[in-house]
Design a binder for this molecule. Structure first.
Ligand SMILES: [Zn+2]
Length: 314
């Protein structure tokens, strides 16, 4: 990893997960990063890699500290480097999130796409989510762009997870390409390890009625494949776990009508056929909302409500 050398200094954690850090002003200059005028603006919190000798770990730059060639971390952020306190020697830091040749992104752009399908935590970060995104994006009933980011095994969640509210198009060119396209709909696939017995949380800013329909269909179909009653929650407030309701969440930024965020427990993702069933339910709901692809439009002789109409097509 070719980067610059920065000292690590102690600070308060900026987030409970320890994904966010602050940089000294000289560190911004060394990394050739602009200091954002507003760290709260969507996309302005960029990602960096830090290697203290134990392998690269991804962080989000969420604040500017004092001057100095320094990166400031709290205990949770240090913990992601498997450290209790700042190391005595400078560490290797780069603003190229692909600089350690471990994280990989794949963006597929299709002409006239109206749906964006993403899996920001694919590979070993949140298993099965990348295959779900591919399955949905390749469906012929609508035209979809896709963005999938994969992290390799070995502490993948600890090293590579960046919350969806922080993912910056300045760090991920594939994401930048998708954000340039005006999509009506977007879905993002995610995984969590364990929240009581919850199988799926249906979140995002997409219309409640549509999310309810997704929830009901998931509950019905997953109860069959899991051979037990499936527990599927509808996220309705920011107090719910992983609600995906922040406007900054990249899935909401990608879609005019608001995103659909699908969060899934480990038990479900480890059950044969269950991830595919989730993907298929999502595909069917999107197909009902999305304009038909030109091929199917010609075949069916049907038009659709053009984008620009404030109401979602039915
Ligand atoms: Zn995720």
């Amino acid at each position: 990893m070719t980067g610059v050398q920065l000292r690590i200094g102690e600070a308060q954690d900026l987030d409970p997960a320890g994904e966010q850090v602050a940089l000294g002003l000289d560190a911004f200059a060394l990394l050739d990063l602009p200091v954002p005028p507003d760290f709260g603006a969507p996309g302005s919190r960029r990602q960096i890699l830090v290697d203290a000798g134990g392998g690269a770990v991804a962080y989000t730059v969420a604040a500017a500290g004092d001057s100095g060639e320094i990166i400031r971390m709290g205990n949770a952020a240090l913990g992601r480097l498997l450290m209790d306190e700042p190391p005595p020697s400078p560490v290797d830091v780069t603003a190229d999130v692909f600089g350690s040749c471990e994280l990989a992104e794949t963006a597929v752009l299709r002409s006239c796409a109206t749906v964006a399908v993403i899996a920001p935590h694919g590979g070993s970060i949140e298993r099965a989510t990348d295959a779900q995104a591919e399955r949905v994006a390749s469906d012929g009933r609508f035209r979809a762009d896709s963005w999938i980011c994969r992290g390799p095994g070995g502490g993948a969640f600890r090293r590579w997870h960046i919350t969806s509210d922080d993912l910056s198009e300045a760090s991920f060119p594939g994401l930048r390409a998708l954000l340039r396209v005006p999509h009506d709909l977007a879905v993002s696939f995610h995984g969590f390890s364990d929240i009581h017995d919850v199988d799926v949380i249906v979140g995002g800013l997409l219309d409640d009625e549509v999310r309810c329909a997704v929830r009901e269909e998931l509950e019905r179909r997953l109860t069959v494949v899991l051979a037990r009653p499936a527990i599927v929650l509808l996220a309705s407030s920011t107090h719910d776990p992983h609600p995906g309701l922040a406007p900054d969440n990249v899935v909401n930024r990608l879609a005019r009508l608001g995103g659909l965020q699908i969060e899934q427990g480990l038990a479900l993702r480890s059950t044969r056929d269950a991830p595919a069933v989730v993907a298929d339910v999502v595909t069917e709901q999107l197909a009902a909302l999305a304009p038909p692809t030109s091929a199917s439009a010609v075949r069916e002789g049907s038009g659709w409500v053009p984008s620009g109409n404030p109401d979602p097509p039915h």
